[in-house]
Design a protein around this ligand. Sequence first.
Ligand code: FVH
Length: 294
Amino acid sequence: MTANASAETPVTLLGLGAMGTALARTWLAAGHPLTVWNRTAARAEPLVAEGAKVADGAAEAVAASTLVIVCLLDDASVAAALDGIDLTGKDLVNLTTTTPAEARARAAWAEERGARYLDGGIMAVPPMIGIPEAGGYVFYSGSRELFELHRESLAVPVGTTYVGEDAGFAALHDVALLSAMYGMFAGVTHAFALIRRENIDPVAFAPLLVNWIQAMVDPSVEQTARQLVSGDLTTDVVSNLAMQVAGTKTLLATAEEQGVSAELIQPQFALMRRLLATSTGEEDLTGTVDLLLR
Ligand code: FVH
């Protein structure tokens, strides 16, 4: 274990919202000296009893440790919290959810101020923090050297996955996964709406929905990835586009019969029809990926 990987590594944490507080507790429990700051000071009070040192301001907190972790609401709150603070010699790790462009700009901003920078995208909700079996992790991108230096300290709250030197890649991976999640939520919402007015128990329906999504997701995601790499969109196609577009008419008619708006599923169907207009219909849905590129 290197000096930086040990539990003696002091950590400063700016931001004690739901996520920041969960992170803080894990570093304290692991024995890291922890200095915290939060805009609303009262949120730091419960952590004092657990051993945290509460700084009087963000500048004092930043001065307390080389490793400075930021977990605030958005990029604007990071700018506000760190405004005018000396970052010379600091290792700034920003776990705030941002866009890739915001992350890249924040990296350049930090480096101009003499700090090394690592960006993070948290793939966990607060109850998963400090529970390794919950499977949460953080995407990291930016300086690999910095990631390796602080890897063990960063791994205390939740797993780590490094995705490249481009500081924007952690945010891009984060947002890509979150976007997929909302697409899945859209389908689940529509499915529950379809059964809502019938004598069907949503609790009995739920495992049917879960099992179906799980059965579909692995093969389709992996097939899409393989086809995007190979460019061959017609090998090993199980459910071709022509059949699927024809099937969407039944799905839309069923929504109409059940008195359910098709607003969540229509955009995907429109994209599938656009693809079919330029294709033989022998491929599956992978071609819709490139239709989205502007
Ligand atoms: N909680 C979750 O489920 C998700 C899981 C995935 C990752 N996200 C991201 O994590 C960031 C922090 O989220 P959070 O859950 O801690 O958020 P809140 O509980 O709302 O706390 C927000 C903190 O940000 C501080 N803050 C807001 N604006 C400012 C500002 N202008 N200057 C300084 N600090 C600011 C706020 O302070 P206060 O309101 O207590 O004074 C909280 O510390 C976030 O990027 C999620 O997307 C969480």
